[in-house]
Design a protein around this ligand. Structure first.
Ligand code: APR
Ligand code: PHB
Length: 397
């Protein structure tokens, strides 16, 4: 099988790329290791920047998002028993975010791809990306994959690794040329999904002496909540009541002793590692990386999904320009263009993570610094504008 663009991975990055290329008249094939159910059930984040919302709409994949998604105009910060609202449109040129689960976005894109797009093969695990030995430079690349019980080859002019953090495509970039930057955090998140109506209409990010907590949502009847736990935590050690009790303590508000989350059956529970990771460059010759395959951010800044979307928006434009004009200028700038946005998001996600979480080893002095930073955000329009503009994201030039 031959195609112009071989896409490895049917997460948000791979699926949105295939859709944007389809609209630009560029053929592609998507190879996904897991089955459709797994990919559509995987619980992930749910905050979309305006850039991602616009891309889904222009890709013809925004109808259900516009029907079921919830536009949010701000977030609440809770610290030291007080709360402060960060108003997005007022501080970030009218921009907002949309609450729409990544799981639902993936379902929409898969349905569209299977209905109108090029081939999307599930249970097609890519083993390696290879330059055929006896072929001149510039010859199509071989993507070796396992599918339907046998090894197969897809030849492509370009290969895009949208295969996540543990993906294999990055191995096609010579190790000597690859640079990796990473940071691990001394805590994790315990995330739950609960059939309980959110008692808040905007996300709450809480700094507390007992550690971080986040109140998010999926709909008017489904809450999504997270709390900071030690690395290596076993979810089985957190029975439902313990989770709700701990969340209520971390969201406690001075002057509102009765403030409580509405409890309900917890339908999903998982511990998520917190890490920052960047692989550079994001392109080597005709092998490109996008999304988690190139960069990971801790989820505190809600950037992971949006960075993946931004990468493929930039890449689709570059491949469309090559197709239209023969110019490789945008493709040659692909890695630098994306890395600028990636490092901004890495910085913001690191800032949100280290300001709002309690490092078990941190001395009281550091806690005071965190509270001073949060008080500064509450008191200064400049400081809260900085947070708001990073949170809603900046348009792609
Ligand atoms: N062959 C084929 N598919 C593969 C392979 C392989 N060797 N390795 C991984 N995959 C698939 C995975 O099964 C997964 O479906 O690649 C896909 C990668 O998808 P994501 O991990 O969702 O990555 P990405 O599309 O970049 O989306 C990033 O997802 O993890 C969240 O927070 C992250 O929101 C961000 C978004
Ligand atoms: C979520 O809704 O899952 C979510 C929201 C904001 C974050 C992280 C996760 O920062």
């Amino acid at each position: 099988m031959h195609t112009t663009v071989g896409i490895v991975g049917a997460g948000p990055a791979g699926l949105l790329l295939a859709r944007l290329l389809h609209q630009a008249g560029i053929d592609s094939v998507v190879l996904e290791a897991r089955d459709r159910d797994y990919v559509e059930q995987r619980q992930r984040a749910g905050i979309l920047e305006q850039v991602t919302v616009d891309a889904l709409r222009s890709a013809g994949a925004g109808a259900r998002m516009d029907r079921e998604g919830i536009v949010h105009h701000g977030i609440e910060l809770r610290f030291d028993g007080r709360s402060h609202r960060v108003d997005f449109p007022g501080l970030a040129d009218g921009r907002n975010v949309m609450v729409y689960a990544q799981t639902e976005m993936v379902k929409d894109l898969i349905a569209l791809q299977l209905a109108e797009g090029g081939p999307l093969l599930f249970e097609a695990e890519v083993l390696a990306v290879e330059q055929p030995v006896d072929q001149p430079d510039g010859a199509p690349l071989n993507v070796r994959y396992h599918h339907q019980g046998r090894e197969q080859i897809l030849t492509c002019d370009w290969v895009v690794g949208c295969d996540g953090f543990h993906g294999v495509v990055k191995n096609a970039i010579p190790e000597s040329l690859r640079r990796t930057y990473e940071r691990e955090y001394p805590y994790s998140w315990l995330g739950i999904l609960a059939d309980a109506p959110p008692v808040y209409d905007e996300l709450i990010y809480a700094h507390s002496d007992r550690g971080f907590a986040l109140a998010s949502m999926r709909s008017a009847t489904v809450s999504r909540l997270y709390l900071q736990v030690p690395n290596g935590t076993d979810p089985a050690d957190w029975p439902d009541d313990r989770i709700w009790d701990e969340l209520d303590q971390r969201f406690a508000l001075r002057g509102a002793p009765g403030w409580r989350l509405t409890r309900g059956p917890i339908t999903a529970k998982a511990v998520l590692p917190m890490r920052s990771h960047v692989t550079e460059p994001m392109r080597h010759d005709r092998v490109l990386l996008a999304g988690d395959a190139a960069h990971i951010v801790p989820p505190t800044g809600a950037k992971g999904l949006n960075l993946a979307a931004a990468d493929v928006i930039v890449l689709a434009r570059a491949l469309a320009r090559l197709r239209r004009t023969g110019s490789t200028d945008l493709l040659d700038a692909y890695s630098d263009t994306c890395l600028q946005r990636v490092w901004r998001a890495e910085h913001f996600s690191h800032f949100m993570t280290t300001t709002l979480h309690k490092d078990p080893a941190q001395p009281p002095f550091d806690t005071r610094l965190q509270l001073s930073q949060l008080a500064r955000i509450a008191a200064s329009p400049h400081a809260s504008a900085e947070l708001a503009q990073n949170y809603v994201g900046v348009p792609i030039a």
